[in-house]
Design a protein around this ligand. Structure first.
Ligand SMILES: [Zn+2]
Length: 69
């Protein structure tokens, strides 16, 4: 399992800029930490995955990867 990357209060204020929902910790295909929409984002089963660069979440739509769950 992934280890928590952020303090709870940080987690509380992190939101997907597209759907404004919460984000969950995931690991991307290369094994790097990322944050992913906790709810469908824009379409059924569609989630955006945001990279975490050196411990800093990059919540930019242009840098997000859309994944299907
Ligand atoms: Zn989203």
């Amino acid at each position: 399992m992934t280890r928590p990357e952020f303090e709870p209060w940080v987690r509380e204020i992190l939101r997907c800029p597209v759907g404004l929902h919460e984000l969950v910790d995931v690991v991307d295909d290369e094994g790097r930490p990322a944050l992913q929409c906790a709810s469908d984002c824009g379409a059924p089963g569609r989630r955006l995955r945001y990279p975490v660069a050196d411990g800093i979440p990059v919540l930019l739509v242009d840098d997000a990867v859309a994944v299907q769950v």
